[in-house]
Design a protein around this ligand. Structure first.
Ligand SMILES: [Zn+2]
Length: 221
């Protein structure tokens, strides 16, 4: 089953992708992981992507799509995949359809985890990151045991500069602006499923699973 996860920063996409991966036993592929592993492995595409990232520019769609295509061609993706953070635009969605069509596959479901803006801001505001291992803690939803100290490695926690309320608000607005046409595109295809993401992680996960079970119930797979 090929699934696309959509949701603003702070919507809990990463967490839901992880829970889904365990449940469905198919890999979850985030655009961040994709870039990181291609760059680390020094592949041709990774080298290209790094040039853009180093210049502070957006990686062009052609490079990103080629990376996704490369990943989807790997044997662990034959049964399906959970895409997290890709596609972001209608053009990327169309390119993804093309890549999958060549493999005789298609996107079965697009799960949009919808979270209201005030909840997003509340979640993003309390986020602290470990300087050493990158672990993320949250003042309310998942605090560290000793204030300011990473549970995993003992490193110091800091608040990223881009985690201030003003930049967060802007990031959310930009995200919603850019992805509205993408949602419409998937809605028109009849594969967009909205999930109420304002609730607790496990409640959201149950809604996600119910949506997937209802898909498996009909014979669209
Ligand atoms: Zn740490």
């Amino acid at each position: 089953m090929y699934i696309v996860l959509l949701g603003a920063p702070g919507a809990g996409k990463g967490t839901q992708a992880e829970l889904l991966r365990e449940k469905l036993a198919i890999p979850s592929v985030s655009s961040g992981d994709l870039f990181r592993s291609a760059i680390e492995a020094g592949t041709e595409l990774g080298v290209k992507a790094k040039e853009y990232i180093d210049r502070g520019e957006l990686v062009p769609d052609g490079v990103t799509i080629a990376m996704v295509a490369e990943r989807l061609a790997q044997p662990d993706c034959t049964e399906g995949v959970i895409l997290d953070g890709f596609p972001r635009t209608v053009a990327q969605a169309e390119a993804l359809d093309g890549v999958l069509a060549e493999m005789n596959r298609r996107v079965h479901a697009v799960l949009y985890i919808k979270v209201s803006e005030d909840v997003l801001l509340k979640r993003l505001a309390g986020r602290w990151t470990c300087r050493d291992c990158g672990a993320i803690y949250h003042e309310v939803f998942g605090p560290e045991k000793t204030r300011g100290v990473c549970d995993a490695c003992g490193g110091a926690l800091y608040q990223r500069e881009d985690d201030t309320p003003e930049t967060q608000q802007r990031r959310i607005a930009v995200y919603l602006d850019r992805t509205a046409p993408l949602q419409e595109c998937y809605r028109a295809k009849g594969i967009l499923i909205e999930i109420d993401g304002d609730q607790d992680v496990d409640v959201v996960h149950r809604s996600v699973m119910a949506a997937i079970d209802s898909l498996e119930g009909n014979d669209t797979l």
